[in-house]
Design a binder for this molecule. Structure first.
Ligand code: DP6
Length: 359
């Protein structure tokens, strides 16, 4: 498929008003997306677990209007929010060629997250995917008659233009984004991982340890730019291809030991890229390192398969098989909670993706 396949050619201009509503989850990358080309095209493929509990719920009301400008209001948790507007304006500008009706309507975007706003959990993946899905539902109301497959692909395609990782939040439980030799995926949208998945990886658990609930020190847009001219960039991009190929084998065989190695190495490589860019950043906090060391000690002592991954921040995602849930919850409460801000952590697990609430 090419971008041309996502251009809406004609639509019903008589629909005056309507409301749609979606919930869409966050996701956690196992092989990381870090570095992009123009038009939100990733430099390397990535794969993630779609989450379940950490999600955005967005209601979109559209009303026919006069004039040819973009017109929208954003409400976050019931209150008008100006801070979100520039990102949504950019999103509309990027996607209008695929959705020509955007200038025909005024949109009221009413959005909320299930996770606390100041938790350090990025809401761009869940937020942008929820909005993209709402817009797809509007497109359907205006006459688009789509297969489920096309609907999801275009939603992912649009979400990518809002925030790269958002394209991996439409479906679950594992989603691949970025052209590669190991799967059928594309640079334009994410698709559910099409390889075999061993039972060990079903219902995989993710507890997010909130080490730092502050604003991100480096926005991902700035972060991705650090890969331009980065001395290790090309090597890193090809490593991501290798890691995805290895992970495909591991997901089929259920080899948890190798899974742990790939996932932790990916997380540390992401941070190594930030530490070796110009300007350079250290996004881990002392408590991040304490948690990592505790995990390694626990794994050694208990022959456990728990491991960590990180996003572009200090919070730690603890990943573990469902079979270890009871033991790891106890480990978190007795050993890890004290490293979290206000002892705050969120239990989550791999899920099936976004859900339509109202059409
Ligand atoms: C470290 O998707 O937030 O979480 O495309 O600029 O919106 P933009 O970036 P974003 O980058 C996420 C990077 C990451 C790794 C990942 O999720 O793969």
């Amino acid at each position: 498929m090419t971008a041309q396949d996502f251009i809406l050619k004609s639509y019903n201009t008589n629909i005056e008003k309507g409301t749609v509503k979606w919930s869409s989850p966050s996701n956690i990358a196992l092989v990381k997306y870090w570095g992009k080309k123009e038009h939100q095209i990733p430099e390397n493929p990535s794969i993630s677990f779609t989450l379940s509990n950490c999600k955005t719920i967005t209601e979109l009301t559209y009303t026919k209007k006069e004039g040819n400008d973009f017109s929208f209001d954003v409400y976050f948790e019931g209150k008008m929010n100006e801070a979100f507007k520039p990102k949504i304006q950019t999103f509309f500008e990027r996607i209008e060629q695929y959705m020509p009706f955007l200038r025909d309507y005024h949109f009221k975007i009413d959005t909320e997250n299930t996770f606390p706003h100041s938790s350090g959990i990025a809401s761009s993946a869940s937020g942008m995917s929820a909005l993209a899905l709402c817009l797809m539902s509007v497109e359907e109301e205006l006459g688009g008659d789509y297969s489920n497959d096309y609907f999801n692909k275009k939603a992912s395609f649009l979400a990518r233009l809002g925030s790269g990782s958002a394209c991996r939040s439409i479906e679950g439980e594992l989603v691949v984004w970025g052209a590669n030799e190991s799967t059928e995926s594309s640079d334009l949208f994410g698709i559910p991982f099409d390889g075999q998945v061993h039972e060990n990886f079903k219902n995989y658990q993710d507890t997010i340890l909130l080490v730092d609930k502050g604003e991100k020190q480096v926005s991902s847009t700035v972060g991705h730019k650090l890969m331009y001219g980065h001395p290790f960039a090309q090597l890193r991009f090809s490593q991501a291809h290798d890691n995805l190929a290895k992970l495909k084998t591991v997901l089929a065989s259920g080899d948890l030991e190798t899974f742990v190695k790939i996932v932790e190495s990916e997380a540390l490589t992401l941070h190594a890229m930030m530490m070796t860019s110009m300007p350079y950043f250290i996004l881990m906090k002392p408590n991040t390192l304490d948690i990592i060391n505790r995990i390694w000690k626990y794994r050694e002592e208990h022959k456990s398969n728990v491991c960590f991954t990180l996003d572009a921040g200090a919070n730690v995602h603890l990943l573990y098989p469902e079979s270890e849930q009871t033991a790891i919850h106890e480990f978190i409460e007795t050993d890890l909670a004290k490293y979290c801000q206000n002892e705050h952590f969120i239990h989550d697990f791999a899920g099936k993706g976004a859900q339509l609430i109202k059409n």
